[in-house]
Structure formats: C-alpha cells, structure tokens
Design a protein around this ligand. Structure first.
Ligand code: IVH
Length: 657
C-alpha cells in the first residue's frame, strides 16, 4: 500500500520535472509540487527500507560521500582539437574530405562547463563520472542526482551511456556571487560544485546539463549523430535546441557568425561552436588521434570584447613609487567576470590610444589576464572631452614625480609616501611573499591610518595592540587571533619569501629564490659585493646593483636586525629536490586554466622538482601543461610535436615524488 503510494508520487514528480525542465511546460504549480515532494520525503523517513534509489528526493542533496571513487571509462572521454578562424575551419573540412566524400556536419554550441558521462541500467541512472584524464574520472553520482536536467529514470528501461556538459546558467552564477561566493566564471563555479563531497552544496547551486554524445550508437541502430541527438532527447535528456545540421562550410560559417553575435542572449555561457561529421560511418573512417576525434573540432570564439565608459582616469602609486594610470569603468561583465577597472600602463600607452575620461571604449579579457582597453570608439566621442594629461605630482603625498631615462613610467621618490608604504605592506603579506592571510588592502589601509602598521616590522608588534584591535568595528576576538596566528606562522618562512616581501627593486619571486639558494642566509647576502652577485647565473648588473644598494642603506640593515630579533627566519629552508625526477632540467609551459592549482602553485611545484617554467612555447620547451581554455600555445605545441600533459597527468607525475 505504502509502496504503491510512493511509486505513484515518484511518477507524478518525475513527470512534473520532465514537463518543467525538458519541455519547459510546467504541469504542476510550485505548491502542488512541494506537497507531493513533502509527502514522499515523509514516507521515506518513516519507511527507510522502502526508499527507491532513483527517488527524486535524492535531488535535494541528502548524500555526503567521504571521497571520490575512481571510474574507468569504458571508452575514453576525448577532448576536441581547436580552430580559431575561417582558414582553419576550411583546412579541417579539407582534411575530412580526403577521407569521406561530401561530408555533412552538425554544428553545436560549445557549452562552457565540464563534461560528464552518465550511465543508465534498465533505464535508471546508476553512475555519473567526470572526464578526469579521459581514461579515469571521478564518481560524482551523488551530485549529478541533484541536477534537474539529468533524468533519474529515462523513458525506456535500457542500458545506455550518454555524455554531455554540466554547466551553471548565468542567472545561477550571478545569484551565487551575489550571495558572497567569488567564482571567476560559471565554468569554475560548476566545476567547484560537482567536486563537493556533500551533495547539498551542488543541490543549492542549481546546475544544468546538456547531453551531446552517444558513445555506442550501434547498440541502438543509430547511424547519424543527428539521429543520436534525437534519440537521446526522446529518452528524456536535455539536448541543446540550437544544434543544427549544416550542409556545407558556408552554412557552418553562417551558424558561427550568428552565434558570435547572439551569444549574449543565451542564458548560459558558450565559448565556441563544435563541428561534428554527421554520418557515423564517416566518423569511423576518420578515426581519432591520441587525444581527439578527427571527425570533430571546436571553433573557439576570440576573447569577448564589450563596450563601456571610462568614468575617470585614476592614478595608483605602487610600492616602488611607480605611478600607474588606470581607467575607472562603468562596471560590465566580460567573459563571466565583472570588470570595473582596466590598467592603462603608462602615459605613452594612454596617449597612443588617445584614451580620455568620458570615452566609450571596448575592453577585453583573455583568460586570466588583467582586462585591457582594446580601443576607443571614436565615433561615439563627445567633442568636449579633454586629452589625457599625466599628473606631475604624487596623488597621495604631493611629491614631484620623476621620469627615469629611457623609461616611460613616472616615480614618486618619497620613501615615506603613504601610498607606497601601504602597497609595500600589502605586498609583504601577499601569497608569494610572507603569505599572511586575512589582510586585505582595506584592513592594511585602516591599520596604517590608525598608526598600528607603518613598516613591515610592525606586523610583528601588532600583538601589543590586541585589546585595541578587538574593539574595532568588524573585528572580533576570533578574527584578530587568526590574524596574529598567521603573523606568528610567517616567522618560519624560508628566506626567499622574506626577500621577495621586502620590496627590493627588481627582486621578483624567481630572483629571490636564486638569491636564497646561492647565499643560504641573509647575513651572507648582506655582505655580498656587486661582483659576487653578478657572477651568479641569471643575476644581471641591474639586479646586483639594486641588491647592493638596498643592503647599503642603514635603515634597511636596522629593519633586518629587528625582524631577526622578532624571531623572523632569515635562512633558506627550501628543500630543492636533488634526486632526478621527470621534471629535472626540463622546461615547462603552463597554458589554459588549471582547476586545482593557480599558475604560481603549479610553477612552484615544478621548480621544487627541478624543472623550469617559461612563458612561451618554442623548440626548447619540453612539456606543455594544458588546462581548460588552452589556446594558441597548445596549438603551437601540437605543431612542434611537444609533449602535452593535461592537469590529471600533471598531478599523476607530481604524485610520484
Ligand atoms: S563533443 C568526442 N560537444 O568541450 C566528442 N563537446 O574542448 C567529445 N563541450 O571535452 C565532445 N560543448 O567538455 C562536444 N556540444 C559539445 C560540447 C562539448 C562543450 C566540451 C566538452 C569537451 C570540450 C572540448
């Protein structure tokens, strides 16, 4: 009796979900739906032995797993090759035509999410897995069950695997960030959500899923990709309604042009168009390379450009005193991130582009690069707008700015300039320097203005003001204790972090590390002569002079001695792996975005294992590590036949040591 009612409720709820999510045609009111759902939840609570594993209540995210199980894909989940312009599309078509006559294609939107494999047995969802390294992925069934587009039961009781893309709509992404999350784009947000052990989180995030690939079409007597899409849609999967059969390259280019323009009107992000040979027999003839099918490719959109207005040109004074103009923009969303500032680099740059306050400009953001102004839209310029004029005095302390010979930058030379000092404090805490978390720019500015922080040494005296700090608005006992704990922890950092943190001109992370490695402690470094320094490989005369100058200043010697007295470590502690690894003496290039590491973290790991990281691909590159969104560097590496690792392979290689 109870089982019968539970079955009935499941049927009603599943049908309502399909009507709502698949056909976009709700057949129950929200209240009715909630009532059925509550009744089912109540019955399941009272009769836990009768819970069906395809129950729609699993969508609310009740399951928490302790770790991700590995899943070996029956057929590898391949990636796609990329093309970036019309010539490359024509080239792709020509290669296809060498193998098959008169190919027809299906053009699809390239959804910006993460791929998923869904396995059904007798029509019931039994497993969902990520792509992973293509061969082995991770079991994310608990999270997939919370995604309403993914049917728990399909229309036929068959065994089937389908593949598609889990993504987050623009609306859900905006809502999530408004609620305080800080994901850079919907793809990262979707990936972050399916990687959660607790499915309640994925349930709340409101993810979606389009299905676009049937790995075993022959099992269902299907002979074209278009029929596969139709078949999967009939089973209850959500297939993108904008997929289109195209008869020739001209129709394909029209499709690309249409979506290049109309992309903003879609409720989700796309990053290109996927082109697939329609006939599955033709696909088989074309076959695969090691990493991608030869019967498909992805046209990637160029970085998105958006128009906005320059509200004001403002000037910031960095820790070295360099004064940099930036544009305060009317905030706009570019490639999923909200942009309100763009760097203008220096006077020459602004003058060359003739950027003025009040101008309408087009801005672009490519990958994780800082947004740039591409050009001024001169047709929309108001005739009243005044040409840019560089300031001649520091906006913070009023000191006259000085331009160095041969440089286009202006500097404020006042060592006591509040802006420089605050920037130096922020830099000291930054991740590659002393890595003291919890201090944002606003806190440092506040502590500076209140007199608690004037120089980097003051971080180590902050505990004297503990009582006063706890009284400040927005700070509690806990947050101040955390800050102090972080500061205490930083005393144990290896020397190169301190050297980078001290804001010595021309000493970046790499130089700081070379100095630390060669001198082992700060005392030897302080005694080093210009020649000692410039004899070191990779240390040129400019750096050598800057280091000697820094340590000839009594003020700096006093600072170092006081830091030592506070217990700050000044010895190089970094263990450089002496044993030979697959990374030893190899040159790596990182491209695209990695999910589990920032660029800096990946670089650090490679260097620890004896490798070098370079910014551009050349014949000297040994390995390119390609994250998602990898572009021209990956293409170049493929052309040069350089080894390419994806993130999973990188992790596997790291874990060997
Ligand atoms: S087909 C063997 N179709 O793009 C065929 N992929 O850069 C494999 N993607 O790994 C994929 N939309 O995560 C295909 N309509 C679409 C797609 C799509 C997005 C993703 C997918 C794939 C990546 C390749």
């Amino acid at each position: 009796m109870i089982e019968k009612r539970m079955d009935e409720l499941i049927k009603i709820i599943n049908q309502a979900n399909i009507d709502y999510y698949v056909y976009d045609n709700p057949t129950l009111s929200d209240q009715e739906y909630d009532r059925y759902m509550e009744e089912l939840q109540r019955l399941e609570k009272e009769h836990p032995d009768k819970i069906r594993n395809d129950s729609p209540t699993s969508r609310v995210g009740a399951e928490v797993i302790s770790s991700f199980k590995k899943v070996v894909h029956e057929k590898p989940m391949l990636s796609l090759s990329n093309v970036f312009n019309e010539d490359e599309i024509i080239n792709f078509d020509e290669k296809v035509k060498k193998v098959v006559k008169n190919p027809k294609y299906v053009a699809e939107l390239k959804i910006d999410g993460l791929s998923v494999s869904l396995l059904y047995e007798k029509g019931k969802l039994v497993r969902a897995a990520t792509r992973g390294d293509g061969t082995t992925g991770e079991d994310i069934t608990h999270n997939a069950k919370t995604i309403k587009d993914i049917p728990l039961t399909i229309k036929k009781p068959i065994d089937i695997e389908v593949r598609g893309e889990i993504y987050m709509s623009k609306a859900s992404f905006n809502k999530l960030n408004e609620e305080g999350s800080n994901f850079a784009n919907p793809r990262n947000a979707a990936a972050g959500s399916v990687r959660q052990l607790d499915s309640k989180i994925a349930a709340k995030r409101n993810l979606s899923c389009f299905i676009y690939h049937l790995p075993n079409p022959e099992d269902y007597n299907i002979y074209t990709h278009n029929d596969a899409l139709k078949f999967m849609s009939e089973l209850g999967f959500v297939v993108n309604p904008n997929n289109k059969k195209v008869n020739d390259i001209k129709e394909l280019i029209d499709y690309i042009d249409y979506w290049t323009i109309n992309r903003p009107s879609l409720p989700y992000e796309i990053d290109g168009v996927v082109i697939k040979v329609n006939d599955l027999n033709d696909q088989e003839k074309l076959g695969f390379t090691a990493r991608s099918p030869k019967w498909a490719t992805a046209y990637k959109f160029p970085p998105e450009e958006v128009l906005t207005k320059v509200k004001k040109i403002v000037f910031t004074v960095g820790r070295t005193g360099q004064v940099t103009p930036s544009a305060d923009l009317e905030p706009v969303r570019v490639m999923g991130s909200l942009i309100a500032r763009a760097t203008l680099h220096n006077e020459d740059y602004v003058k060359e582009k003739d950027i003025r306050e009040g101008d309408i400009v087009s801005i672009k953001k490519a990958g994780d690069v800082i947004p740039e102004i591409v050009k001024v839209i001169f047709e929309r310029r108001d005739s009243e707008l005044k040409p840019f004029k560089m300031i001649d005095a520091c906006p913070m302390c009023g000191t006259n700015l000085v331009k160095k010979d041969g440089e286009s930058a202006y500097y404020c030379h006042n060592d006591k300039c509040p802006s420089r000092m605050q920037e130096a404090l922020v830099h000291f805490t930054s991740r590659n320097a002393m890595n003291i978390t919890g201090f944002g720019e606003a806190i440092i500015e506040d502590f500076y203005n209140r007199g608690y922080l004037k120089s980097v040494l003051d971080f180590y005296h902050l505990d004297n003001f503990k009582e006063e700090l706890m009284e400040l608005e927005g700070f509690g006992n806990k947050s101040i204790s955390n800050l102090l704990e972080e500061i205490e922890k930083s005393k144990n950092n290896s020397l190169e972090r301190l050297l980078f943190g001290l804001s010595i001109r021309h000493v970046g992370t790499k130089t700081a590390d070379i100095l630390g490695f060669n001198f082992k402690n700060i005392d030897s470094l302080m005694q080093a002569s210009f020649d000692d320094l410039s004899n070191i490989k990779d240390i040129g005369p400019i750096i050598a002079k800057s280091v000697v100058d820094y340590f000839s200043d009594d003020k700096n010697i006093k600072l170092i001695n006081s830091l030592k007295e506070e217990g700050v470590n000044t010895i190089y502690l970094k263990e450089v792996n002496k044993e030979e690894t697959i990374f030893t003496n190899k040159t790596f290039v990182l491209t695209g975005s990695l999910e589990r590491f920032t660029r800096d973290e990946a670089k650090e790991k490679i260097e620890e294992l004896g490798g070098n990281v370079s910014g551009s691909v050349s014949k000297k590159t040994d390995v390119v590590i390609a994250g998602s969104e990898a572009g021209s560097k990956l293409t170049k590496a493929e052309e040069l036949g350089i080894d390419i690792w994806n993130e999973e392979q990188f992790i596997n290689n790291l874990s060997k040591y």
